[in-house]
Design a protein. Structure first.
Lengths: 348, 507
């Protein structure tokens, strides 16, 4: 018992002492590192000045290259990576020529497989100017990386480099890595959606509901009429509420009147998110024929369905507005309230 | 001393005899039981009692500190794993197209001194799509008036589903020049009621509850939304770090320069907040047992808050209580979910500068913890609720429920028992080690995490001062906090509900 008690206070004292000594060491280290950090920030400032002088033709390429040391490369890459995004094509090309001359790509490719996930992901986006076979191969190999951040960054880099990233293959990788709920996947799919609408239509039949939702979302965002029938079919028959909701939303964004029958079916869906999206779609597409159904939806059990139906009526011209105005005087208080709210909000 | 010792023994002896007599005359069975008890002398009984008390207090201290040690280790692991953190510009480029629209909810009561600066700082946040909903909760001062003057508010209509019950909303206002801003004026109903009103009116899928006296850093939303970006389906709530703004330079609603305050109370609170967020929250997040997301800076899926019925109005610990409700809902529905803590996004807040306000705050926090704990006590130890029910709830039991009273009991009894010779020096040293010395390790350990991974304090002298404060806070300040928490216990038993007030200096 005495040993146990002794060990408690000895351990406490030892840990406390150790932590204080470690903190003192860190403070001293900070003082020393602050000096070198000032040097590093001076380096970044120096490189910035050099880059701007070069872009302004005050400094020749060879002169620039002579002033770059090996340890400047990473900082130069980081600075240039940010600048390239904001530049117009002529200075952008000039900067790319500079980077091609000064950056040792072999070293950077090696660093793509080292370091933390965040560093490797950042490096992917900083190397897209290279358009080099070895760099592209490195990006392709990173698609198998276990980190979702790195995979996404590599995939985006491949797109930036004009590489043919197949959506079907990429989404399979994402599915295998359990990445489908990453928002970045949707953005990436949207980037290539315009060139791969056939593939997106095929993906609407995929057994994984997340992939179907992603494909529907992309088709909606690019306003492609190519997948109208498939989207309508999925909106009507898919057992997953999120999928039906995504499809009907996409149909609303596409805005083609041929989606009318799918919207009609979905206005009576068992799930309220689908009914709400269908009401929104009716308004967006301008489906005047659905005014009677929307009027019935003003009595829906779910507030959001009622409100979206009221909003849709307001978007359907004089006929819709008239129906809504009449609803404000309805003996049904629920209907009258929602009609009043929608009109007042639209006028506010 | 000899006389005192004799008197104590005599008293214990008399009590023991009286107690045994009472028990023996009550039932025959108890009389039979007492017949088997060894024939102990008064001294021996006194020593047994003293040892029992001593061991219970020490065991509590050991469990408490082992819990803290676990948090520190897990927090360190989480920080080391996260790698390089992008700066604000890079974070924007990487995330701005992937973010989810967010409603920032700002309940405001008697905030006329700081509300305009707070709202201005929120309007300048770097985030693609968001709205700010300020709720004037029946303020007795000019909170609504100053907002009206500063932002040229005008009455508007905003249709909303009154899914959560709240006090009457008197009016909704928008600002022609600030289309992200909405102000709700309502009858007083408390912070939870104000938040529920804002949740009703909010239109974005994510909501961020922020205190009206807090200042968010400009990139904090962009950083705190990252878990939702990575897994929008599973993540239901994320918390950020709260830091003490006392002493910092604040310009136009932004902390532009981080300095240490001059008063010792604020310095103590800096260390305390580092421990609470960098160590505890991060540690529990890593273990998958977040039991608390601060009401001053927490992001939730709006749908989840609606599913749990919003914030509970009849508690002062509504922030902890809503987390427990979410754990319960998701576990009962057998849904896969995550609650996370991110250390980088920072919300700066004004900490109390005097003992009265600090005491009121700590007592209220204690009451809130106890209310939440007992309300959901059936979650304790049940593996159905995953790590939250087993580890997380056990942690609340040890640190918030049993810990403070046992530790305060220790302050009173252990020295006395040692001085009368009932406990030996090893006991005393073990107790001092656990309650005073180990705390130094935890406080300085949190500071080490801050310096190794986050480096917010640019001045080495500030770090030296904080190290000194981290040592001395364990000799007085920590004990005072425990006393306040025990008073909070007492207030909880007596059913006290009031929030109390705080004197604000303003930014």
């Amino acid at each position: 018992m005495s040993v146990a008690l002794t060990s408690i206070w000895v351990a406490s004292a030892a840990l406390a002492g150790f932590s204080v000594i470690l903190m003192i060491y860190l403070i001293l280290r900070r003082i020393i590192l602050d000096y070198f950090r000032r040097s590093r920030s001076k380096r970044a400032e120096r490189l910035k000045t050099l880059i701007f002088n070069y872009l302004n033709d005050d400094l020749k390429l060879d002169a620039f290259a002579k002033r770059i040391r090996a340890k400047d490369q990473r900082v130069l890459l980081s600075l240039a990576g940010r600048l390239i995004r904001g530049l117009k094509s002529a200075p952008q090309q000039k900067l790319i020529i500079l980077l091609n001359k000064t950056i040792d790509l072999k070293v950077q490719i090696k660093e793509l497989s080292e370091g933390s996930d965040a560093e490797r992901a950042a490096l992917c986006s900083q190397l897209t100017w290279a358009k080099n076979t070895d760099v592209n191969e490195a990006f392709w190999s990173l698609l198998k990386d276990p980190s979702s951040e790195v995979v996404l960054s590599a995939a985006n880099a491949l797109i930036d480099c004009g590489q043919p990233l197949e959506l079907v293959d990429f989404l399979q990788i994402a599915e295998a890595n359990d990445m489908l709920s990453h928002r970045g996947i949707r953005e990436l799919v949207r980037r290539v959606a315009s060139d791969q609408t056939d593939e997106l239509c095929t993906l609407l039949k995929h057994p994984n509901s997340a992939i179907v939702s992603i494909a529907a979302d992309a088709l909606g965002r690019i306003r492609s009429t190519q997948g109208l029938n498939e989207l309508a079919d999925v909106a009507e028959h898919n057992p997953n509420t999120d999928v039906r909701s995504s499809c009907i939303r996409a149909l609303g964004l596409i805005g083609h009147p041929e989606a009318g029958w799918a919207v009609t079916i979905c206005l009576e869906d068992e799930a309220w998110p689908v009914r709400a999206q269908a009401a929104i779609a009716a308004g967006r597409i301008g489906l005047v024929d659905l005014i009677p159904l929307l009027s019935v939806s003003l009595n829906d059990s779910e507030w959001w369905v009622r409100f979206r139906a009221a909003e849709a009526l307001l978007q359907l011209g004089d006929a819709g507005s008239e129906v809504l105005s009449r609803a404000t005087n309805s003996s049904d208080t629920q209907k009258a309230t929602i009609a009043n709210l929608a009109i007042m909000e639209a006028q506010a | 001393m000899g006389n005192l010792f004799t008197q104590i023994i005599d008293t214990v002896d008399r009590l023991y005899t009286a107690g045994i007599t009472m028990l023996a005359t009550s039932t025959n069975r108890i009389a039979e039981l007492t017949a088997f008890l060894p024939n102990l002398s008064s001294n021996e009984i006194a020593v047994i009692c003293a040892l029992s008390i001593g061991w219970i207090i020490l065991a509590n201290g050991v469990f408490l500190n082992l819990t803290y040690l676990l948090q520190l280790i897990m927090a360190y692991k989480a920080l080391r794993r996260r790698g390089r953190i992008p700066d604000a510009t890079e974070a924007w480029w990487r995330l701005h197209e992937q973010t989810v629209p967010m409603s920032i909810l700002v309940p405001a009561y008697a905030e006329e001194a700081t509300i305009v600066e707070s709202v201005r700082s929120l309007l300048a946040l770097q985030y693609p799509t968001f709205e700010i909903i300020v709720v004037c909760d029946g303020s007795p001062d000019r909170t609504l008036d100053v907002l009206r003057e500063a932002f040229e508010l005008r009455p508007t209509v905003r249709a909303y589903d009154p899914a959560l019950e709240t006090e009457t909303i008197r009016g909704i206002y928008d600002a022609p020049r600030y289309n992200r801003l909405l102000v709700i004026d309502k009858d007083n109903g408390g912070k939870a009621d104000a938040l529920n009103a804002a949740i009703n009116v909010a239109r974005c899928p994510l909501v961020c509850a922020v205190d009206a006296d807090s200042l968010l850093e400009s990139d904090s939303l962009l950083r705190v939304v990252q878990p939702f970006v990575e897994d929008i389906d599973k993540v239901v709530a994320v918390g950020g770090t709260i830091r003490v703004a006392n002493g910092c330079t604040i310009e136009r609603g932004r902390v532009t320069d981080i300095h240490l305050p001059k008063d010792i109370l604020s310095l103590f609170q800096i260390i305390e907040y580092l421990r609470a967020f960098l160590m505890a929250r991060l540690g529990w997040s890593e273990l998958g047992s977040m039991m608390m997301i601060s009401g001053a800076f927490g992001i939730f899926k709006r749908s989840i808050l609606l599913d749990v019925g919003g914030y509970s109005r009849n508690t002062v610990g509504e922030d902890m209580e809503v987390i427990l409700k979410i754990h319960r809902l998701m576990s009962d529905a057998d849904r896969d979910y995550q609650m996370r803590f991110i250390p980088e996004p920072v919300c700066w807040t004004e900490a109390p500068r005097n003992l009265r306000d600090m005491g009121n705050q700590r007592k209220r926090w204690a009451r809130g913890s106890l209310e939440s704990f007992f309300r959901h006590r059936d979650m304790l130890g049940r593996f159905k609720y995953g790590f939250a029910g087993s580890l997380g709830y056990l942690n609340i039991l040890i640190t918030d429920v049993l810990g403070p009273p046992l530790e305060v009991l220790g302050y009173l009894t252990i020295p006395i028992l040692y001085s009368v010779g009932l406990l030996n020096i090893d006991f005393l040293l073990a107790f001092l080690g656990l309650t005073f010395v180990f705390g130094i390790f935890l406080s300085v350990g949190s500071l080490i995490l801050e310096e190794m991974e986050l480096k917010r304090y640019s001045n080495p002298w500030d770090l030296a001062v904080l190290t000194y404060v981290a040592v001395i806070e364990n000799f007085g300040y920590r004990q005072l906090n425990n006393i306040w928490r025990v008073i909070g216990w007492w207030q909880y038993i007596r059913g006290k509900k009031a929030w109390g007030s705080m004197t604000r200096a303003g930014f």
